[in-house]
Structure formats: structure tokens, C-alpha cells
Design a protein around this ligand. Structure first.
Ligand SMILES: [Zn+2]
Length: 323
């Protein structure tokens, strides 16, 4: 199951059942009897089982293993609570650690959903089924927080932290300047468009994401090692495709707004989605939820760039074109 993709760098796909992402890439870098694992899996039995087979196969000693987690999502961070030992360091980023430790994180999400037109009856169900709530770490873990330019050295590789906010507010990649490797987490994926969602007030994740794409583009990269699916080489071409995708999405939303002022939920219901349902009402609730978050991220961006505006009526946020 594990493959050695570069000298002393291993990769295994940890399955994510009933999840459109299918699997997550967990990387292990090995130097003698010391190990660094990059991303883990969700905290659920199917992931743990695959992980146990993986670490047995390549001889990982968890007592001598540190972890680097690219961002807070449960498929990357969740399983670390079952793997990390008292001797392990868990490298993470500051902004996402604040989200994890925010006492009212889910309540804030519910308020934002309510304000943006989600039906009241769906809100609590959607949150209780949210993978971030079901498959998160089982205990608080001690984190070692890293910042832009910090380095982890192992097996002759020098891994430099690159802050890439957008997919989450603290998403962090690792760049190896000598071998020109880029561990991209969910910042750049080859056959999937990373989900950019907004669930809080006062942020503009799509603006951050586009800036983070521009930041990474000039890097000299020979190999991208992403959080999901296959490895790839042409990071600049992929960045251009991702930027184009969001431009097209913005245009689509502007044309939907020509039909009149409306909530983000209403906008989401009229956008085109890559899903085998004919009508919005047939979308499974989690997909409606992710669609709503994505619509909201684009609406916020359009507002920030002066192409849309927001007003409130009876506690609901309504978006419209700025003339
Ligand atoms: Zn993610």
C-alpha cells in the first residue's frame, strides 16, 4: 500500500469512506529511526486501520514520530490524536489553532448560516453531521506552532513553511528548495478544486486564496505532493486553471444576481454543481452546506472588489449587484 515516491519519502492513501475526496495522502519522511508524518486522516476506524497497516509496512515507530498538519480539516488533523505519543511534536499553524480552540466555533457557523438564508430546520442537522464535528481529534493535542520561513530538517530535506491562507485561514505548505518539492496540502490539487468556504464574519477567504496562489506561482517546483489524489509537476499551469475556475464562478454569480437581491443560500441553489442531482432540493444536506459556504465566499469576494453589495432585511443578508 505504501510507496517510496522519493528517497526516504513514503506516501499512502488513507481512505475516506462516503466522502467525495475518496482518500487523503499521508506522507512519511524517514531518517534512520526518526520519522515525520505529514497529514494523517479522519478520526474514524477505517482511517485508523489503514494507517496501522501503513506504519507497520514501513516500520514507523510512533514514539519517534513528529507530525506536520497542513490545516485543521478533520481529514488532515483528525487522526493525530490517536497516533501522537507524549514524545511527539505536532507542527501546526497559529490561525487554525485559534479556530480549533475558539469556544463558540460551531455556534458562529450556525449564526452565519441563519443570516445567509439556510433553513432553520437544516442548520443543526448539517452541523451535527459535519465531518469536522464527527471525525475530529478525540482529545486536545499539544501543538507546536510554526510560521512563515520556519524549517523542519529531516533525511537531508529542508522543509520550509509557506503560509497559504484561503482553504483555511492558516493553511500551511512545505517547500523543499534543494529538491524543489512542494507539499501542497489542500492549497493546490490536481484533479479537484479545493473548496473555498466562508462561515464567519469579517473574512475574505477567496481573496486570501487567490493571493496565496499568486504567492506560490513563482516558486521553482519540480514535484507537487498534494493532500489528495495524484502527484503532479506543472504547478503554474494548475494555478492558472484554479484562478480561471474562480473567475468563471464569479461571473456565474454576477449573472445570478441580475435576477434580483437574494441570500447566499438562494444564490447557491442556482449555481451549477458537479453532482448527480437534477434539483437543488435533492442535494444531500452536506453538499448543500458546502455549496452555500462556497457561494458565500464568492459573494464576499465580489463585495470586497466592489462588484456586489450586501444589505440586511429582517436579519437576513441580501446580496445584489453594485450598479
Ligand atoms: Zn481541507
Amino acid at each position: 500500500m505504501a510507496e517510496e515516491i522519493l528517497p526516504n519519502i513514503f506516501r499512502a492513501e488513507i481512505p475516506l469512506p462516503q466522502n467525495p475526496l475518496k482518500a487523503i495522502n499521508s506522507y512519511v519522511i524517514k531518517e534512520g529511526d526518526r520519522f515525520l508524518m505529514i497529514d494523517t486522516g479522519m478520526n474514524r476506524p477505517e482511517c485508523l486501520q489503514a494507517m496501522e497497516a501503513y506504519i507497520k509496512e514501513i516500520g514507523v515507530d510512533l514514539k519517534k514520530t513528529d507530525f506536520f498538519i497542513t490545516h485543521l480539516h478533520a481529514d488532515h488533523l483528525g487522526l493525530v490524536s490517536e497516533l501522537a505519543q507524549p514524545s511527539s511534536k505536532i507542527y501546526f499553524n497559529h490561525p487554525d489553532s485559534e479556530v480549533i480552540h475558539a469556544p463558540h466555533h460551531w455556534e458562529e457557523m450556525a449564526d452565519v448560516a441563519r443570516m445567509n438564508g439556510f433553513p432553520e430546520s437544516d442548520i443543526l442537522t448539517a452541523i451535527s453531521r459535519h465531518p469536522g464535528k464527527r471525525y475530529h481529534a478525540s482529545r486536545p493535542v499539544e501543538l507546536t506552532l510554526l510560521r512563515e520561513g520556519d524549517r523542519i530538517e529531516i533525511a537531508g530535506y529542508i522543509l520550509v513553511c509557506v503560509e497559504t491562507p484561503g482553504h483555511t485561514r492558516g493553511h500551511m505548505c512545505l517547500y523543499e528548495p534543494n529538491k524543489k518539492l512542494f507539499f501542497s496540502g489542500d492549497h493546490i490539487l490536481e484533479s479537484i478544486t479545493p473548496n473555498i468556504s466562508l462561515w464567519s464574519e469579517g473574512e475574505d477567504p477567496l481573496r486570501d486564496y487567490l493571493q496565496s496562489l499568486d504567492k506560490v506561482s513563482p516558486y521553482d517546483v519540480a514535484q507537487v505532493l498534494p493532500g489528495h489524489r495524484q502527484l503532479f509537476t506543472h504547478h503554474r499551469r494548475r494555478i492558472e486553471e484554479l484562478k480561471k475556475h474562480h473567475e468563471i464562478r464569479n461571473e456565474e454569480i454576477l449573472s445570478i444576481l441580475q435576477r434580483g437581491k437574494q441570500t447566499a443560500y438562494k444564490v447557491a441553489s442556482q449555481m451549477t454543481w458537479d453532482i448527480t442531482c437534477e434539483r437543488w432540493e435533492e442535494f444531500p444536506l452536506p453538499q448543500q452546506w458546502f455549496a452555500g459556504g462556497e457561494a458565500l465566499a464568492h459573494l464576499q469576494y465580489l463585495q470586497g472588489t466592489g462588484r456586489a453589495k450586501r444589505e440586511f432585511q429582517n436579519g437576513k443578508a441580501l446580496f445584489s449587484l453594485r450598479e
